[in-house]
Design a protein around this ligand. Structure first.
Ligand SMILES: [Zn+2]
Ligand SMILES: [Zn+2]
Length: 634
């Protein structure tokens, strides 16, 4: 069916479904969304669940937009809104989102902007045409988020064209009679790093993740094989989460000819941009930049964000839904529904099957599931980790001992994930006086990554949200945390003789501000370095962890030998990955039992041991494929 015919049919159905007083001006596809332009959107908003029902009946994501002619220009609209809303609402920012016909009003007191039973909101909508959405002023401003919003707004015309083109492609209709489903493993199989998988049917090609091999940047996924060539034959790229081993090479796709969409959650988009910018900066210092910041922007222009649980057409025969993975902010299990009931397959990405300080445990309830492609980082038969509670107690004990002898505690962490988990544990320990009130310094990108966390409270678990919104305690903005954002501030922290706790990147001591701290703190036996994350073989972190008393250390291009007198501690149990028990329990807990489980994202023996453990315990067919293998499912 041609797209015009499809749109005509849809328009007829919509006009029959909405009340007679609603005037439809136009309908069109933008990416996977069906946009309905309405002359009087406020009347539609007031007529109950009509839109919700319509979305369900048509099985489309629907966005209602006011007829562009009825919208007041942003500057004028802003002045009008300021007059309508009482001053004590303390509006801090406006953001006009033309794609959704929304004006986002940021205020210290959102309740006042909304008014009794939404009366003020309705008044705003009538006066300016934009539909108002109110958000609380974030407690920490994120520069990344502000830059991304501005960039998307500035490139709205280009984006509109891109989304129209994508919309036409998604709705091109099904042409093949054959039915089959297969996955080709392009990277991240029997290894950790460069995750990249191709899901393919006769109609469509979907790429899931496109990551960096962190220990060898010059080894990308196998993107040159015919299955993914030319790159623009790919319909969609789906990103599970923002860690670079999953999204670090996404911009490279655009450099080599891909022009399609990237589907991800809103926090993944923001964290991805933050980490990619840092990645090319660090790579640039070593003289090997895989792509430029302009390419990151090009990729950003093609992003389509989806919240958890939203079902979306991404190809003629494939629907995508994201579910919480519990690993880092915005991390998702990507579930694909193929061919109107033909097959269902889910990629877990990295996931944690245990409630943590920040997130609920990974989702196990899928409407249907025939195949699961799961990570196996800690899939070995001996890979058991202590519980969170034990880990937290040990961390507090190590810190207490160090403070009591007048030392400093250095905790190397990744900017995203472990840092915020550890921050929440420390804040609570200080608040409940389990730890004395010592400053906790945050160096590297930790502060900015934390700011992004505070902008997405709906992605945190219920207990943390409750603490923030109902008890007024936002652990992220505690006075105990001190941001270190300059070399002079860093020297101050190091030279200060009183005890303190320092969280700094990078997590495995292969660069970043943690290096400077380590160099100066290592010789003093009162200090402690605490490892809370995985230390890969070959990294400085791994050597220190193994107990090397003298370590070679790069200083200004030369090698120095550092004597390690500080005490070296490892606290396991803070990992964002599921351990062996959790991986096994996850498969057992799935409400819809898969017929096939594929293990990836782990060293060779971990993938094989997990596959064999699942087969022996549950009698489910399993495989641990190698890179470049293809597995057929239907
Ligand atoms: Zn990860
Ligand atoms: Zn990973």
């Amino acid at each position: 069916m041609s797209i015009d015919k499809l749109l005509r049919e849809l328009r007829e159905k919509i006009e029959q479904a909405v009340p007679k007083n609603i005037k439809i001006k136009n309908i069109e596809f933008e990416g996977p969304m069906l946009i309905i332009y309405v002359q009087n959107p406020q009347e539609l908003a007031e007529s109950g669940d009509v839109v919700k029902k319509l979305a369900k009946d048509l099985r489309k994501r629907i966005i209602i937009r006011p007829d562009p002619k009825s919208l007041k220009p942003p500057q004028e609209a802003m002045e009008i809104i300021k007059k309508i809303v009482p001053e004590d609402a303390q509006i801090t920012n406006f953001f006009f989102d033309e794609e959704n016909g929304e004006v986002i009003i940021e205020a210290e007191k959102p309740g006042i902007v909304i008014g009794k039973q939404g009366v003020t909101l309705r008044e705003i909508m009538k006066a300016v045409g934009w539909s108002p959405r109110v958000v609380r002023t974030p407690s920490i401003r994120s520069k990344t988020i502000e830059n991304i919003r501005q960039f998307l707004l500035a490139s709205r015309d280009e984006r509109k064209e891109i989304m129209k083109r994508i919309g036409v492609r998604i709705h091109r209709g099904i042409i093949h009679e054959d039915k089959w489903v297969r996955v080709t493993f392009l990277g991240g199989s029997r290894e950790v790093g460069r995750s990249c998988y191709l899901l393919q049917t006769p109609e469509s090609r979907i790429l899931i993740d496109c990551g960096v091999n962190v220990s060898n940047i010059s080894q990308p996924p196998y993107l040159y094989i015919p299955e993914v060539q030319p790159l623009d034959s790919i319909d969609a790229v789906v990103i599970t989460h923002a860690h670079l081993d999953h999204c670090g090479l996404v911009p490279l796709l655009y450099k080599y000819g891909y022009k399609g969409p990237i589907y991800l959650t809103p926090p993944t988009r923001d964290l991805m941009v933050l980490l990619q910018l840092d990645f090319i900066e660090v790579a640039g210092r070593e003289g090997s930049v895989p792509y430029e910041s302009a390419t990151i922007r090009e990729a950003l222009r093609h992003t389509i964000t989806l919240d958890y649980g939203v079902v979306t057409d991404i190809a003629p025969d494939i629907r995508l839904t994201f579910y919480n993975a519990g690993h880092i902010l915005g991390s998702a299990i990507a579930h694909f529904h193929i061919g109107e009931g033909l097959y269902n397959i889910a990629f877990t990405g990295d996931f944690k099957f245990e409630k943590t300080r920040l997130f609920d445990r990974a989702e196990t309830r899928f409407p249907r599931l025939e195949a699961l492609i799961m990570e196996a980082t800690y899939g070995g038969s001996e890979d058991f980790q202590p519980s969170r509670k034990e880990a937290e107690e040990k961390l507090i004990q190590v810190i207490t001992d160090t403070i009591n002898r007048g030392g400093k505690v250095l905790i190397p962490t990744f900017a995203v994930g472990r840092s915020q988990e550890v921050m929440i544990v420390l804040e609570e320990a200080i608040r409940s006086e389990k730890l004395p009130e010592v400053p906790v310094y945050l160096d590297g990108m930790i502060y900015e990554a934390t700011a992004i966390h505070t902008a997405y409270p709906e992605y945190l678990n219920a207990s943390l949200r409750d603490l923030i919104f109902h008890h007024g305690i936002n652990p992220f903005i505690s006075d105990s945390f001190v941001r270190v954002d300059s070399p002079s501030k860093r020297s101050e922290v190091i030279e200060d003789t009183s005890p303190s706790i320092i969280l700094a990147t990078s997590g495995m001591l292969n660069g970043g501000p943690v290096m400077e701290y380590f160099r100066t703190l290592a010789p003093d036996e009162r200090n402690t370095i605490v490892f809370v994350g995985y230390q890969a073989e070959g990294t400085l972190g791994r050597r220190i962890q193994k107990g090397w008393k003298e370590v070679p250390f790069p200083v200004n291009g030369k090698r120095e030998v550092i004597t390690v007198n500080m005490s070296v501690e490892t606290v396991d149990g803070f990992s964002g990955h599921s351990d062996r028990r959790q991986l096994m329990n996850y498969v057992r807990s799935l409400t819809s039992k898969p017929d096939k489980v594929i293990t990836i994202h782990g060293d060779e023996n971990k993938c094989i041991e997990l596959a064999s453990g699942i087969y022996k315990t549950y009698r489910i067919e399993t495989r641990a494929p190698m890179n470049l293998e293809t597995v057929r499912f239907v």
